[in-house]
Write a protein that binds this ligand. Structure first.
Ligand code: GDP
Ligand code: IMO
Ligand code: MG
Length: 423
């Protein structure tokens, strides 16, 4: 039985949470494969908005099992808060949510190191969500990390103490100092761990292997986006995990040959939170309108998202790296009323026209070359059928499909679960 993947093709916040929720009815298991509480996945239904950080976006469905895979990093403190927010919805979380023993834990001192690293970078800061993601993945690859399964061992507190002490020592290296009260942080951390330990820890790769054997359907949920991938993103302005398709193999223990559909999700325009290059970024009323109408504020940090035209060069790159088989276009409704829409189809790179993402995409080197298309005026938010979509939107879709050579199978026309058009 195959595993399908859903992942973001831009700089995150494409609408992964919404679409995973929409697709969950077709799956037995929803499995997050990387990232941590830097993610904010928004779901809207029955007039309520939910934001998930660590918990997979299939959690509201009665029968789906939700799995936090080995590739994810978990902050028990944030996880506890997430559970508390969900408690009033009677979701039977203990039956439906499993956690991989091999997932790494974010310690309070990882968050301090993140803050110190960013503060000391000054203007060159990444714009991290400051959730401790970078330092935790550094400890993972440095073979120093603490995993969920360690909590079942007798000696884990010694391991914790040794690592936390090391972190405190590392903080000394930084010139700009971070204020903190370790005792307070640890009280909060240990109390949250008690809650984490009430959930079921499993050998998730084995669980998924057995599930596949008996024909269960699995959807792997990505976090962040392809341009934030540690290898293929706009380094160093990226996150610390592989957000691309290969990350699902290592983040869940799924063999490459088992992956069937790769759903690639993108906004009809582009956004980015945090620092780093963004060739099609707009600083005019078009960008301001996208931000306002699209309510472009980070679901985790509340920071305003930078907005710009769709970048097809970058999108093509993401489609290739991930082997996307089906595309999903979000937020088409936000562009209603734009007379003309621009799509970047090439770059002027140091005076030369190029059609790929170069190594160095600093703003001063690169100028987008645009193709102009007609916009649409209709309010899309009440539409439910592909046949209702305006001609100019269909032309926009056809143009993208031709350029990307992959069909756009879902068009999203609003944040709600129901505002989803299948084609
Ligand atoms: P994720 O991180 O990929 O899950 O995306 P986020 O939840 O961070 O950001 C997507 C935002 O867009 C959320 O506020 C969603 O509620 C909202 N959203 C999703 N799809 C649509 C859509 O088609 N139209 C509009 N207007 N908003 C949408
Ligand atoms: P979802 O899953 C958008 C960005 C941060 C920063 C960079 C590094 O909701 O799409 P980190 O906290 O990982 O050290 O931050 O990555 N970033 C995201 N941007 N959506 C996300 O997740 C993000 N997770 C991290 O803003 O620029
Ligand atoms: Mg998000």
């Amino acid at each position: 039985m195959a595993v399908d993947l859903l992942l973001g093709l831009q700089w995150g916040d494409e609408g992964k949470g919404k679409i995973v929720d929409v697709l969950t009815k077709d799956y037995d298991i929803i499995a997050r494969f990387q990232g941590g509480p830097n993610a904010g996945h928004t779901l809207v239904f029955d007039g309520i908005k939910h934001v998930l950080h660590t918990i997979p976006s299939g959690i509201f469905h009665k029968n789906a099992i939700n799995l936090i895979g080995n590739g994810v990093v978990i902050d028990p403190v944030i996880f506890k808060k997430e559970l508390e927010k969900l408690s009033k919805f009677n979701l039977d979380i203990k039956r439906k949510l499993f956690i991989s023993r091999k997932a790494h834990l974010i310690l309070p001192t990882h968050r301090l190191l993140d803050a110190a690293s960013e503060a000391n970078k000054g203007k060159a800061k990444i714009g991290s969500t400051l959730k401790g993601i970078g330092p935790t993945y550094m400890d993972k690859t440095g073979r120093n990390g603490i995993r969920v399964g360690d909590l079942e061992m007798d000696n884990w507190k010694e391991k914790y103490r040794a690592l936390a002490n090391k972190h405190i020592g590392l903080l000394d290296f930084y010139k700009v100092k971070i204020e903190f009260d370790l005792d307070e942080l640890e009280i909060e951390f240990f109390s949250a761990l008690k809650v984490l330990k009430t959930l079921t820890f499993i050998d998730s790769e084995e669980y998924l292997h057995q599930a596949q054997k008996v024909g269960k359907t699995i959807l792997a949920e990505g976090a962040q986006g392809s341009l934030l991938d540690i290898d293929f993103g706009t380094y160093p302005f990226v996150t610390s995990s592989n957000t691309t398709a290969a990350g699902a193999c290592t983040g869940l223990g799924v063999a490459p040959g088992k992956i069937k559909e790769v759903f690639g999700i993108f906004k009809a325009y582009t956004t980015r939170v945090g620092s780093g290059p963004f060739p099609t970024e707009l600083f005019d009323t078009y960008g301001e309108t996208m931000g306002r109408v699209g309510n472009e504020f980070g679901a985790t940090t509340g920071r305003p998202r930078r907005c710009g035209w769709l970048d097809l060069v970058a999108l093509k790159y993401a489609v290739q790296i991930n082997g996307v088989t089906k595309l999903i276009m979000m937020k088409s409704d936000v562009l209603s009323g734009f007379k003309k829409l621009k799509v970047c189809t090439a770059y002027n790179y140091k005076g030369e026209t190029i059609y790929h993402l170069p190594y160095n995409i600093e703003e001063e080197n690169i100028k987008p070359i645009y193709t102009e298309l007609n916009g649409w005026n209709e309010d899309l938010t009440k539409m439910t059928q592909a046949s209702q979509l305006p001609k100019t939107l269909n032309d926009y879709i056809a143009f993208l499909e031709k350029e990307l050579e992959v069909p756009i199978k879902i068009v999203s026309v609003g944040p709600d679960r129901t505002q989803t058009i299948h084609r």
